[in-house]
Design a binder for this molecule. Structure first.
Ligand code: MN
Length: 312
């Protein structure tokens, strides 16, 4: 998906809870959907390399257009599309065309530049529920060639009543085949009946957990949809308890240690890169996304004052 807002930061302050940080999402409008934006935070641009987390739905799209995100560009990141319910059609400037369903991963590596569109197909399922995640590319890999991957056979495991799917990186001995450029984990946990487990964590990783459906307790902190719990490094486990049917996400990785400059759909390091990418998009240099009925998204006006903020 895309953000239509130039400035994507959340402004809420973190609340300390048992040494962790609990923050609330803010709502944003993306492609006809209301999303709960959980990352980035003003004081936390990334968790591992995860730098953007939107959670949307479940929402009825029965008899309406549903998700309609027109063609737009990305640089410097991977988009991770993951559905809990429904279906979405992806098209990009490489010529990829891929329908995605729950349990499958669409992974688009923007590298030096790609454009894509995402929409509910003309004949679509009646409900839509999912997450749109971005992974920042480390400086050494930011200029890789753009690429698109679809994975329909991802590793699963069971942990204390949870059914666990690993869609990025590694968790509990299971490794996703998806291309990653940094040590990372992205996983969905579904409670099959009342569930309780100690999720094994990599001590070098920082993590966030959030609930997409139902409710859960993580180390005694109650979580519902629209809340993000951050856990710092040097942890070996997180105690997770959830009611039947609850669905949680665990994202983490080695702290990126690189200051990110995020503007619109670009992840960069300097204002000059943002300015150049905006000019390239306006001049049509990202390539065409075939098949989408409608105009591409225009870039928002550049805000030089915000673009120059150093080190934030
Ligand atoms: Mn996008």
């Amino acid at each position: 998906m895309s953000t239509v807002e130039a400035n994507v930061e959340i402004t809420q302050d973190a609340v300390l809870a048992h040494g962790a940080e609990l923050t609330a999402a803010r709502e944003a409008q993306v492609g006809g959907m209301t999303v709960r934006r959980l990352l980035p935070l003003r004081m936390r641009r990334s968790v591992g390399a995860w730098c953007f987390v939107d959670h949307y739905g479940p929402e009825s799209v029965d008899g309406v257009a549903g998700m309609q995100v027109p063609p737009h560009p990305h640089i410097g990141l991977q988009t991770v599309t993951w559905l809990l319910t429904g279906n979405v059609l992806h098209r990009d400037s490489l010529g990829s065309e891929q329908l995605i369903r729950p349990g499958q991963l669409n992974l688009m590596t923007a590298g030096r530049g790609i454009a894509h569109a995402e929409e509910s197909p003309a004949e679509h399922d009646p409900f839509l529920h999912g997450v749109q995640l971005w992974v920042a590319l480390p400086d050494a890999d930011r200029q890789v060639a753009p690429a698109f991957e679809h994975h329909s056979d991802l590793p699963h495991t069971a942990l204390g009543g949870f059914s666990v799917t690993v869609f990025m990186g590694e968790l509990a001995g299971e490794r996703s085949p998806a291309t990653a450029f940094t040590p990372i984990v992205g996983s969905e946990l579904t409670a099959i009946g009342p569930s309780r487990t100690d999720v094994p964590l990599h001590p070098d990783f920082e993590h966030v957990l959030f609930v997409a459906a139902g409710s859960a307790q993580v180390d005694g902190t109650q979580l519902g949809p629209g809340q993000l719990l951050y856990l710092g490094t040097s942890r070996e486990r997180a105690a997770v308890v959830a009611a039947n049917g609850s669905r949680l996400f665990l994202l983490g990785g080695v702290p990126l240690g690189e200051p990110l400059l995020m503007w619109w759909n670009f992840v960069a390091r300097t204002p000059e890169e943002i300015t150049a990418a905006t000019a390239d998009w306006s001049a049509g240099r990202f390539g065409d996304v075939g098949g989408y009925q409608g105009d591409p998204l225009p870039a928002p006006p550049l805000d030089a004052a915000r673009l120059r903020r150093p080190g934030r």
